[in-house]
Design a protein around this ligand. Structure first.
Ligand code: MEV
Length: 319
């Protein structure tokens, strides 16, 4: 028997950085997936693509987060060491898209299914959060929450609220990975230093960011995506003002805007990583073309509404 599961990655639509000081942020699960298939074996989890290996029979462990997943499932459900899990992922790594969370979520889901335990989402969330605690010092829970449940969520001080309105099919998100790697921790530290140095000015920028997210939430709920795009542009301006943009990121943002995106901004920590554009389907070809001219590979995604789920075994069907 083979059990396969997929779990989505995510983007932050609005509010990154400001969220560190308690302001609200909006994140969305997107249609890029980590995929895990489990069959009979001897306690092995591996991904050649991600360079990841857990071999319980020889005590080889190069991913402590996934080891935590296995330990947690053994403790809670008596998971036996009779599995062989293989992982593939389409989610860009180290770019703030929640790749590690999606891997932990899909692995938990697939291991439970293989063991004949119904993979309850609450359990998947709890177990994957244990892995997130291994990967990140103080994880917000945004990544594994979106990967487990899917959809668009507002996050504020540890509380998640799902946006009820369904995202329309004719508005997509175009992602351009700048390919520039940076440490989220050091960018966050620089921003916090700037906050301390200019706290009178910065506190007002943070208040504006908070208002902006509330306004954006209304725009999503009323289906006003032109307005949402403009608010994303404003959010980008605020991110520039706190010091996380760069010449390269600006060029990507402006390429998207010039090609007709409703709005474009840095998503995540900035200084590198990804830029997202809110794009009507009719404008996708021109936005994609512009990004390619910059030598980058655009990813066009929709919102994933479902979160983690069973997937067909690719040996028997496609998809
Ligand atoms: C990074 O993806 C998002 C930040 O807001 C940091 C954080 O929320 O932990 C920059």
């Amino acid at each position: 028997m083979m059990a396969c599961s997929i779990a989505p990655g995510k983007v932050i639509l609005l509010g990154e950085h400001f969220v560190v000081k308690g302001m609200p942020a909006i994140g969305a699960a997107v249609t890029l997936y980590a995929r895990v298939c489990v069959s009979s074996g001897q306690g092995r989890v591996e991904s050649r693509q991600l360079g990841l290996l857990l071999d319980l029979s020889s005590n080889t462990v190069n991913d402590k987060g996934l080891y935590r997943v296995v330990e947690e499932l053994a403790g809670r459900f008596g998971l036996k060491r009779d599995f062989h899990a293989t992982i593939d992922s389409e989610i860009p790594i180290s770019s703030g898209m929640g790749s590690s969370a999606a891997v932990a979520v899909s692995t938990t889901h697939a291991l439970l299914s293989f063991a004949g335990v119904e993979p309850d989402k609450k359990v998947v969330w709890e177990v994957s959060f244990e892995a997130e605690k291994v990967y990140h010092v103080r994880p917000s829970g945004v990544d594994n929450t979106l990967s487990t449940y899917g959809g668009v969520m507002v996050y504020e001080r540890g509380v998640f609220n799902r946006v009820k309105r369904r995202w329309p099919d004719d508005v997509v998100i175009v992602i351009a990975d700048s390919g520039i790697k940076r440490s989220t921790g050091s960018v966050v530290a620089d921003v916090l230093n700037r906050y301390d140095k200019y706290s009178n000015v910065m506190s007002r920028i943070y208040e504006a960011a908070s208002e902006l997210v509330r306004d954006a939430l209304k725009s999503i709920e009323t289906g006003d995506f032109a307005r949402l795009g403009e608010l994303m542009d404003i959010n980008h301006g605020l991110l520039s003002s706190i010091g996380v943009s760069s010449r390269v990121l600006e060029s990507i943002v402006w390429a998207m805007r010039e090609a007709g995106a409703l709005g474009a901004k840095i998503s995540g920590a900035g200084r590198g990583g990804i830029v997202i554009g809110l794009v009507e389907t009719s404008k996708v070809p021109s936005v994609v073309e512009k990004i390619k001219l910059l030598g980058l590979t655009p990813l066009v995604v929709q919102i994933d509404d479902e979160g983690v789920r069973r997937a067909p075994d690719s040996r028997t069907s496609q998809g």
